[in-house]
Design a protein around this ligand. Structure first.
Ligand code: AMP
Ligand code: MG
Length: 407
């Protein structure tokens, strides 16, 4: 049997990051930057007010109180967007709005709430600290600084920053297009009635969402019966829109395991037994004129899910150009005892809780690879090394975090 690490190394080495594209920033959502982005100007680009109020000399309002306000004449009105401004002389004030540039001379902003709101002159009833409510030029970012590095995934805040530094387009690696199909003559669409011996297809939904969560544009093709010709025709039809193909089912030793039967003949997809539980039967290779990578995952839903996490997600991250490839692992103390098969790496479904300083984990459900109910209640996978067969309660284990926010 092949080791998990050996198989992972092989699949990761067999995929290449997608070629970069120049995209409008709104279209770059979820993509990974393929260039470093530097700020062409300071952020903020100029000193500006962080409040609606009055630009003043702090010295002019020293000692102001509600009983003895300082009264200043108001020489101007500065809305956001004002261009070059005249210097204001000492003893005077200018009305200023949030985001408007500070006039030369003034060294503080007094919020309108501390004043009578006057237009020709203003009574100010509190003293001001020099510099208060002024956002200084470059206090966020200096001109020329790299604000986003190649390899950064673009979410809302990152796209906002691109816009703030004036970028309308950006060079990114595109989101991989992933085609997902399920094989099995026993499968029916959810929403349809199930007859005797039938089950609904859950894998293609699960894997499509998993691929999207990993940053792909994923297309669910759905169910393909265990028929060699239909299978090969369906895969060939889909290659046009795929950077990666994922199938599930039909890779074990059964008489009707058509994925293995059909794709083995092509000679470009290899089927192997990987020393893991769940997920032992794995297939990986390339298919079609563009040598599109294809993963053929086992049909049992938990096996398919774990295989995705262990092999497909790292390969997707490589296509994306994202690092690190692997999910974060944390060490946690297990609350329950459980066993693990000799010679296989076990990925037990877990519930990670406790605190960041003292994480604890317990198993969720048993080892059966059909246990969808317990998979959906897990937030992590407990990774048990090949050499370990007994995990006592209270021992330290490695945990792969799937989802931090589940409760
Ligand atoms: P196979 O790998 O095709 O032998 O399938 C192994 C087990 O997983 C069988 O019990 C199948 O019925 C089940 N299975 C296969 N594909 C799916 C699917 N798409 N959704 C749910 N269960 C599946
Ligand atoms: Mg099957």
């Amino acid at each position: 049997m092949k080791s998990v690490d050996g198989h992972l190394d092989e699949v990761v080495a067999a995929v290449r990051p997608l070629s970069p594209l120049d995209l409008q920033i709104l279209d770059a959502q979820g993509c990974v930057l393929a260039e470093d982005v530097a700020a062409p100007w300071d952020l903020p680009p100029f000193d500006n007010s962080s409040m609606d109020g009055y630009a003043v000399y702090a010295a002019d309002v020293a000692g102001a109180t509600p009983q003895e306000p300082r009264v200043l004449s108001v020489v101007g009105d500065i809305p956001a967007g004002s261009p070059e401004l005249d210097r204001i002389p000492p003893g005077q004030a200018a009305r200023i709005m949030t985001g408007a540039p500070m006039p030369a001379g003034a060294d503080a902003v007094v919020p309108v709430e501390w004043t009578d709101g006057g237009i020709a002159q203003v009574a100010i009833d509190r003293p001001a600290q020099e510099g208060q409510y002024i956002r200084r030029q470059a206090d966020d970012v200096h001109v020329g600084t790299t604000v986003l590095r190649a390899g950064t995934r673009l979410g809302a805040a990152q796209v906002g920053l691109l816009a703030a530094v004036g970028r309308d387009r950006v060079v990114v690696r595109p989101r991989p297009r992933v085609v997902v199909l399920s094989t099995g003559s026993e499968l029916v669409e959810p929403g349809e009635p199930i007859g005797p011996g039938q089950i609904t297809d859950s894998n293609s939904f699960m894997l499509t969402i998993a691929a999207r969560e990993a940053g792909c544009l994923a297309y669910r093709v759905g169910i393909v019966p265990d028929d060699p010709r239909t299978l090969i025709a369906t895969i060939e039809d889909q290659l046009i829109r795929a950077d990666l193909v994922i199938t599930s089912g039909g890779v074990s030793a059964g008489a009707h395991d058509v994925v293995k039967a059909v794709l083995s003949q092509l000679g470009t997809v290899t089927f192997e037994r990987v020393a893991m539980q769940p997920g032992m039967p794995q297939g990986f290779g390339h298919i079609g004129p563009d040598r599109t990578p294809i993963f053929t995952l086992p049909g049992n839903p938990v096996s398919a899910f774990v295989s995705f996490e262990v092999f497909v997600r790292p390969a997707i991250r490589r296509l994306l150009g994202a690092e690190p490839l692997a999910r974060p692992l944390v060490q946690a103390v297990t609350e329950d005892a459980f066993t693990s098969p000799e010679g296989k790496r076990q990925f037990a479904r877990g519930w990670l809780a406790g605190t960041a300083a003292e994480p604890v984990v317990r198993t969720v459900g048993g080892p059966g690879s059909h246990l969808m109910g317990s998979l959906a209640r897990a937030n992590s996978l407990i990774v048990v090394p090949e050499t370990v067969t007994e995990v006592p309660a209270g021992s330290t284990v490695e945990v792969m975090i799937l989802e931090r926010r589940l409760s």
